[in-house]
Write a protein that binds this ligand. Structure first.
Ligand code: PEP
Ligand code: MN
Length: 335
């Protein structure tokens, strides 16, 4: 349930409502809004006595939250959320352009690509240090060495870095180096990882599972918010279907559906959806036209030599053209 306070509710009244929530054994979560404060009632097992809370001083109205993903849904938090990664804000009109290689392969590779994507307009750098690979014989990432390289990219170019965490064992070290922690498709329902991410002070980029419904995806995000971390960005990266013309099928409809259901920012990863370079530009334009809050694109300066996902990685020039075109699409309906 959401308790909406009046515009001129005093601190004492707000604290009074919170105390009543706690007194009944529930948890209170204040949600500051543009005009007024709301207080979420959490951890109630049965129905909450709405009429009682509506009668308290300073309460404007009491709204039942019907969705199972209580903290993620718009009923709970009507305004768009903004997530801050380093010095970059994402969501509610702030567009994120995340670019970089699939994997950090070497210092020279990462720095060369980072310089190119920054010049083209990327605001955040991506690169996997711990890679979830289908085959145990494929390149698994540089591990901690890769994280150190990412830190160097951040220091030399001023680009905050997004990198994937694969398991609990390496969570602390990834958290220490990353500006945003990615939870990948294969781990979307790794509940221990989600709970650990909920304890983190770093923002989380939560990718949609290979065959996850939007409800399952939002419930996964709920684990992170429930743990205390409300800095979550959702990333649609294509789902498994019957087609073979692309690696996955990009579900553009996830953008309006998630935006209706949730206040969290949603971005699109066209690279893992397509699996091939030639589809990345049109899918990116479509994502921006659908009003996604950002893009995450794989770029490599020598994709033919890439140790992972070379076929879907754009050449830096193609990425620069992508930035130009998506900016034009963005401007066409924002003005
Ligand atoms: C990635 O972004 O590096 C990645 C492995 O993506 P996904 O989890 O979407 O497959
Ligand atoms: Mn990849």
């Amino acid at each position: 349930m959401l308790i909406v306070m009046t515009q001129n509710a005093t601190d004492k009244e707000i604290k009074g409502v919170e105390a009543e929530i706690v007194r009944r054994g529930y948890a209170a979560k204040p949600i500051p809004g543009g005009e007024r404060v709301s207080i979420g009632v959490l951890r109630n097992r049965g129905a909450v006595d709405g009429a009682f809370f509506a009668s308290l001083a300073g309460v404007k109205e009491v709204i039942p939250v019907t969705k199972p993903y209580k903290q993620v849904c718009r009923e709970f938090h009507p305004e768009d959320s903004i997530v801050t990664i380093g010095n970059v804000t994402v969501g509610n009109g702030h567009f994120a352009m995340i670019a970089g290689p699939c994997a950090v392969e070497s210092r020279d590779q990462a720095l060369a690509i980072a310089k190119k994507v920054k010049a083209a307009g990327a605001t955040l750098f991506r690169g996997g240090a711990f890679k979830p690979r289908t085959s145990p014989y494929s390149f698994q990432g540089l591990g901690v060495e890769g994280l150190k390289i990412l830190a160097e990219v951040r220091e030399t170019l001023g680009l905050p870095v997004v990198t994937e965490v694969m398991d609990l064992d390496t969570f602390d070290v990834v958290e220490a180096y990353a500006d945003a922690i990615q939870i990948g498709t294969r781990n979307m329902q790794n509940f221990s990882l989600l709970r650990r991410a909920g304890k983190s002070k770093k923002p989380v980029l939560l990718k949609r599972g290979l065959a996850a419904t939007i409800d399952e995806w939002l419930m996964a995000a709920e684990y992170i918010l429930e743990g205390g971390n409300d800095q979550v960005i959702l990333c649609e990266r294509g789902v498994r279907t019957f087609v073979n013309h692309s690696r996955n099928t990009l579900d553009i409809s996830a953008v309006p559906v998630v935006q209706k259901e949730s206040h969290l920012p949603i971005i699109i990863d066209p690279s893992h959806a397509a699996g091939r370079r030639d589809q990345v530009l049109p899918l990116s334009r479509a994502a921006v036209a659908a009003e996604a809050h950002g893009l995450m694109v794989e770029v490599h300066h020598q994709p033919e030599k890439a140790l992972s996902d070379g076929a879907q990685s754009l050449y830096p020039d193609q990425f620069a053209e992508l930035c130009r075109q998506v900016n034009a699409v963005y401007d066409s309906f924002r003005k």
